[in-house]
Design a protein around this ligand. Structure first.
Ligand SMILES: [Zn+2]
Length: 346
């Protein structure tokens, strides 16, 4: 199978994406439209320039700036519809999309109205065979109290399709101990527990997220590369890492973990994690803000040395680790395996 045939097979494969932020998916042209609605004139080029960062703090600044133009339920509906259309065009049939619940609450928005708008977008996409579930996410830098408030909203929104509580933002801003009340609340209401950890931080933050917060999947987790014992422990327990290579490069996280010489995709630890037996899934994180998409991440993985069969195993993991009832997960896996065999990938 040559590179063109492989790209076509990956494109045709039914796929899932498990680490994807709605607010990081807004195309520059859409930011222009949203900003204009609120009397702010920016060009697509200016947005694209703001979508380039030299470090993680710069990325967080850009994220704050773009979310400042999400003020009404219709804004959320628009960006969700556009995201879902782009996913459907890549044959993504299932996604777990993270919402910055902490940001919505801090801005005093009507969370229920926003959510009703998102459900509208999800119903429109369902007609095209696409399914979404939501992850409600607190920002560490907003503190422990706001994390509890966000977790409380996550539990209220469970009937509307929120399946997990998570935490993101500046992972060095708040310790796992301070986040325990929020996670206990979410878990006791039956939500899954996820967490960003080890993105710019070290392996100890990953370990705390698992041991103290009950995290079932780790967002990024590349910091574990410094701790062989933890890597083996994760492999043995089957605790997955959600890996977003282009994100790690563009936010400066990779350079922070590996030193300035390491800020290259060919130094990314994804392939070594996979070869070591860690469970990993491939995702985009904030596709518009990193000028990537899921097909692009599979091209990146292929360039790292994943064989066609290994790429298929990687793609399969996103279904195997989906936060779905067993029967539904199995149905997706059966669909995936059938197609992967037909396409000559398995
Ligand atoms: Zn993320």
């Amino acid at each position: 199978m040559n590179a063109t045939e492989l790209a076509a097979a990956i494109a045709a494969l039914p796929k899932a994406e498990l680490h994807l932020h709605l607010e990081g998916s807004i195309a520059p042209e859409t930011v222009v439209r949203l900003a204009a609605n609120y009397g702010v004139e920016v060009s697509a080029e200016e947005v694209a320039a703001r979508y380039r960062y030299t470090d993680f703090a710069g990325f967080i600044e850009a994220y704050k700036w773009v979310t400042s133009f999400l003020r009404r339920p219709a804004d959320y509906r628009l960006i969700a519809e556009e995201l879902f259309d782009r996913l459907i065009a890549q044959n993504v049939v299932y996604a777990e999309v993270t919402l910055s619940g902490g940001v919505m609450l801090r801005r005093g928005q009507d969370v229920e109205a926003n959510f009703a708008a998102l459900i509208g977008a999800a119903e429109r996409a369902a007609v095209k065979g696409f399914r979404v579930q939501w992850i409600f996410d607190a920002a560490r830098q907003f503190g422990a109290l706001e994390a509890v408030e966000t977790a409380l909203w996550a539990t209220r929104l469970a009937p509307a399709g929120v399946v997990a509580f998570s935490v993101g933002g500046d992972e060095l801003a708040l310790s796992a101990r301070d986040l325990q009340p929020a996670y206990e609340l979410a878990r006791s209401a039956g939500l899954h527990a996820l967490a960003h950890a080890g993105e710019i931080g070290g392996p100890e933050i990953v370990r705390e997220a698992i041991d103290m917060l009950g995290a079932e999947r780790i967002g990024h987790g590349i910091g574990v590369l410094h701790d062989p014992i933890l890597m083996d422990d994760l492999a043995e327990r089957g605790l997955p890492l959600e890996i977003c290579p282009t994100s790690n490069l563009r936010t400066g996280a990779l350079g922070r973990q590996l030193g300035a010489d390491g800020a290259r995709l060919d130094r990314h630890p994804l392939k070594s994690f996979f070869d070591r037996g860690l469970r990993v899934v491939l995702a985009t994180d904030d596709p518009a803000m990193f000028e990537t998409d899921l097909l692009g991440e599979y091209r990146v993985a292929a360039a790292m040395g994943f064989s066609p069969a290994e790429l298929a195993r990687l793609a399969e993991a996103s279904f195997a680790l989906a936060l779905l009832p067993q029967a539904e997960r199995q149905a997706y896996l059966d669909l995936f395996r059938g197609q992967a065999e037909t396409l000559g990938l398995l």
